[in-house]
Design a protein around this ligand. Structure first.
Ligand SMILES: [Fe+2]
Length: 388
């Protein structure tokens, strides 16, 4: 019997090799002057920014480029990008890159529309409401992780307060998500591994959250199967087109799943760790996911058992209890892609853990609420210590 559910993700998805060539015909529907947002100038060096500007120009769209965005985008950088956009009369934001560039573009579209600093929309009792004044966003993803092109979520870091909340609502979805696996062929091995693991973490958490739906479950299952088949291959040989294509689709499925099924305890902790210690998102998740699974799996044994089966691309479970097998399967994958580094080796200190747990309880509470286990601070500390 299928449970009642809603599913609404208003993103036009353009998937496939060469799909970046359609950016102009998409952009022209939403604006006349675009700000292309990237993290640093890597895509200037590869020629991708120029190529995109040509594609846009051929469709009659003017464009500027803004690259002062960190891998964990800062609130100050988003405000600065939005100020430039206002001065230049920009009416469309294009995030070109991984989640950082796309999240920053979303943030700038919010600030440009409301003329208030982005941090006003992030944390606090009188947090500002994001409305339909938000400018249109197009997401062109160059990594196969984060899912930001498919979701309403934007993750923003404040270095002064050491906080890294996620914000988003129905107005912060990209109008169009362009997923072109060809753009991913030059992605370095470490980024392939960390973003690929983020894809898996999204699928595991959306699949096991209390707001999971039958349709997001199907996406998560497909995503986990594809990660099991293709992530090792994509990490070992970046030019493996079939593996890149499979991971791009896995990430797309995970992204559309977390737009509705959201993410749970491990991502809640992951944001707080990143805020306090500036770690790499996917690497932090790899350190904590096995322990977070061990913590939550007894509450939902069937689904957690399935995760290992999906990763092995099996279609039936054998044996009475394969819960721990599921975790071991995830741990094998983490080791094979070179991410078996505990939090301590990523710069997290024993003395940081209390603040991380407090921050998670304070501003990632929603993600804890939708975890079957509804963890306490002590539970969070237990996961963190076991992940060191
Ligand atoms: Fe993530």
């Amino acid at each position: 019997m299928i449970q009642n559910f809603d599913y609404h993700v208003p993103v036009k998805l353009v998937f496939g090799e060469g799909s970046i060539n359609r950016a102009g015909e998409m952009a022209v529907q939403y604006g006349t002057r675009a700000l292309i947002v990237t993290t640093g100038d890597y895509f200037v060096e590869t020629g991708l920014v120029r190529r995109l500007q040509e594609i846009l120009k051929n469709a009659g769209i003017d464009s500027l480029h803004y690259s002062d965005v960190d891998p964990n985008p800062l609130n100050t950088q988003i405000d600065a990008g939005a100020a430039l956009a206002k001065k230049e009369g920009v009416d469309l934001f294009i995030g070109l890159g991984g989640g950082s560039a796309i999240d920053a573009a979303k943030g700038m579209a919010i600030v440009r529309g409301h003329e208030r600093p982005i941090w006003d929309f992030c944390i606090g009792d009188d947090v500002a409401e994001i409305t339909d004044k938000t400018f249109p966003i197009i997401a062109i993803t160059t990594t196969s992780g984060t899912g930001s092109e498919a979701t309403q979520w934007s993750v923003i870091t404040n270095v002064e307060t050491k906080e890294k909340p996620g914000i988003g609502c129905e107005y912060t979805f990209a109008k169009v998500a362009i997923v072109d696996p060809e753009l991913m062929e030059t992605m370095p091995r470490e980024i392939t591994a960390s973003t690929g693991f983020d894809t898996l973490a999204h699928a595991i958490e959306a699949y096991t959250s209390t707001v999971a739906t039958p349709v997001t479950d199907a996406m998560c299952e497909q995503s986990i199967r594809l990660v099991g088949r293709f992530l090792r291959r994509a990490v070992n040989d970046g030019s493996d087109r079939e593996a890149r294509n499979g991971m791009a689709y896995a990430n797309t499925m995970s992204g559309f799943a977390i737009a509705v099924g959201v993410v749970t305890t491990c991502h809640g902790l992951g944001h707080a760790v990143g805020g306090v210690c500036g770690t790499v998102h996917g690497e932090t998740l790899a350190a904590m996911t096995p322990q977070a699974m061990r913590y939550s799996m007894r509450a939902l044994p069937d689904k957690f058992r399935n995760i290992g089966m999906f990763l092995r691309n099996e279609y039936a479970n054998e044996g009475p209890d394969r819960l721990e097998d599921s975790v071991r399967e995830v741990e094998r994958l983490i080791a094979d892609i070179g991410l078996d580094n505990g939090l301590a080796s990523q710069g997290v200190k024993e003395g940081d853990l209390d603040l991380i747990a407090d921050n998670t309880m304070r501003y990632m509470a929603f993600n804890l609420d939708i975890d079957m286990m509804n963890p306490t601070k002590e539970d969070l500390l237990g996961i963190l210590r076991a992940s060191m």
